[in-house]
Design a protein around this ligand. Structure first.
Ligand SMILES: O=P(O)(O)OC[C@H]1O[C@](O)(CO)[C@@H](O)[C@@H]1O
Length: 389
């Protein structure tokens, strides 16, 4: 990466900026919503009060001395950031640590009865049970064999808009005269890495549960069924994270949603069910999946595993930030340069929901900046498919 221009790491300390609004407004709102979603007891409410005070006006507090992952967070930088304002340290770190501390407050990691109760589960289930999910599953029945590659790839891509921490108010793309919805499209290179009769392994680093995970699973089922891959490894989060990020429990809920549906959805569900049963589809919940660090810092075991994949698909905005580095890159910085650290071929499927962007052509950047100066980076109205073979 030595030829790449310097790009500053994103912090949350600039009032009016997107990262600042997440720390100052979105995190308090998430605490409020979680509080209302369950009849938590007084101790949990006190812990949530303390977290609210800490993350808005206070400093980063240490994890309890007996926390099972305290050493891991030390390795990930807790020593350097404890005692500092949440706004003045890398935004990626602040956000990640917020979710870790939120789970601490509600007793998710404790030994009591709230152990393992996902504070975001009511929101995830509501989305999974929504009429929109019914409609998306019913649409599978109308897909011709020729349409499936593109439709299922795009389903997985645009499914990334369905992020519960980020409710969209706009449609597929920007206004009619705006830049195209897809600001980079390397899908030909992606398909070239997954030819029919492929014997390889796809790793898919998942993002959100519900209406994003369903199309991710459909894509995996399709690739297995068409013989473009022999095996898939689906990387999920080891614990609830960023409100809607997928965990093992969410995969099982999504799978049940498919097998309990009607029409083609059921067939996809049974392909996935048997693939899990016979080991062609494997779930992984590596601790690094919810680390506050970029993928340039992959631990050795995960790096070795991803190095064996024919292709790794990295889903969503947060994973994109981790893949290219959570930095204010010049938008035309080549995607291949900022992903040269990654151990194998990699594809990013992402809707744009934060300031980080790379790999645009000068023309695309100029069009976006001229037509949608305030919103194109963060509104989720644009998407990209970028590949480094
Ligand atoms: O679900 P996604 O696509 O990873 O998006 C989550 C996004 O939420 C934010 O963290 C803000 O909360 C984004 O900036 C972030 O990258």
């Amino acid at each position: 990466m030595s030829d790449i221009p310097f790009a500053p790491v994103i912090l949350g300390d600039e009032p009016g900026s997107f990262p600042h609004s997440v720390l100052a407004e979105r995190h308090p709102a998430i605490i409020r919503q979680v509080r209302e979603a369950f009849p938590y007891g007084p101790a949990q409410h006190r812990a949530l009060d303390a977290l609210l005070a800490s993350c808005t006006e206070g400093v980063v507090e240490p994890l309890p001395a007996d926390a099972h992952d305290r050493d891991r967070w030390e390795e990930w930088g807790a020593g350097a950031y404890t005692g500092r304002s949440w706004f003045k340290i890398p935004w990626l770190w602040s956000e990640s640590y917020f979710y870790r501390q939120l789970l601490e407050a509600v007793g998710y990691f404790g030994t009591g009865p709230w152990q393992g109760v996902d504070p975001f589960r009511p929101f995830k289930l509501a989305e999974l049970d929504s009429p929109e999910t019914d409609e998306e599953l019913a649409a599978l029945d109308a897909l011709s064999a020729d349409d499936q590659d593109r439709a299922l790839l795009h389903g997985s891509l645009w499914g990334n808009r369905a992020d519960l921490g980020f409710r969209l108010s706009t449609g597929d793309a920007g206004p009619a005269d705006a830049a195209p919805g897809l600001v980079a499209d390397d899908s030909a290179a992606l398909w070239a890495l997954l030819p029919p009769s492929g014997a390889g392994t796809l790793c898919l680093i998942a993002d959100n549960a519900g209406r994003e995970l369903i199309p991710d699973l459909l894509l995996i089922a399709h690739l297995l069924e068409r013989g473009r891959i022999a095996r898939a490894v689906l990387h999920v989060k080891p614990y609830p994270y960023y409100v809607s990020d997928a965990t093992t429990a969410d995969v099982l809920d999504a799978l049940r949603r498919l097998t309990g549906a009607q029409g083609a959805a059921v067939e996809y569900g049974s392909i996935l069910w048997s693939a899990m049963t016979d080991g062609r589809l494997v779930l992984r919940a590596h601790p690094f999946s919810s680390a506050p660090l970029p993928f340039a810092d992959l631990p050795a075991d995960l790096r070795a595993e991803l190095a064996t994949a024919t292709l790794t698909i990295v889903k969503g905005d947060l994973n994109y930030r981790r893949l290219v580095g959570d930095r204010l890159w010049p938008p035309t910085t080549p995607f291949a340069d900022v992903t040269s650290h990654f151990p194998g071929p990699v594809a990013a499927l992402r809707t744009l929901k934060s300031d980080v962007i790379t790999g645009l052509t000068p023309t695309t950047e100029a069009t976006l900046t001229a037509t949608e100066p305030q919103t194109w980076r963060t509104a989720g109205t644009h998407a990209l498919i970028q590949v480094r073979a």
